[in-house]
Design a protein around this ligand. Structure first.
Ligand code: ZN
Length: 133
């Protein structure tokens, strides 16, 4: 079902400021930035070999990432797993009793379709499933 880790999401107060480390000091290649309106975030992807870091800056304080920053501060927010067929993966997980945040895929960055699993059922780790076109 899972192909690989697609990316690791990192919640930051400011993408511009965080690029000072990730792009300028660690010399990771910036793959682009994009606003994901459904999640109320601005995202920036940095390539790390086969996988990527996804910097997440909230565009609104009441977004999930905005609330996360307010309660936990900056840091690793989620791990995204690439799947071939997100509907099939969600159906399989649901049938096995895994708690889902999104029962249906929602639009993610770069035209991908994504769905989050509830961290209460995944040992405290927010997992995102990603299906790319
Ligand atoms: Zn993500």
């Amino acid at each position: 079902m899972i192909e690989k880790i697609d990316h690791i999401g990192v919640a930051v107060q400011s993408i511009d400021k965080a690029l000072g480390l990730f792009r300028d000091v660690l010399e990771l290649e910036l793959g682009g930035t994009e606003e994901v309106a459904t999640q109320k975030v601005q995202v920036a992807f940095l390539k790390v070999g086969e996988t990527r870091l996804e910097l997440l800056e909230p565009t609104q304080e009441d977004s999930n990432v905005g609330k996360y920053l307010a309660s936990k501060g900056e840091g690793i927010h989620h791990v995204a797993l690439k799947v071939d067929n997100i509907e099939a993966a969600l159906a399989q997980l649901k049938a096995q009793g895994v708690r889902l945040i999104n029962e249906q895929p929602v639009p993610g960055a770069h035209g991908a379709r994504v769905a989050f699993l509830h961290p209460k059922g995944t040992y405290g780790m927010l997992l995102e499933l990603v299906e790319k076109k």
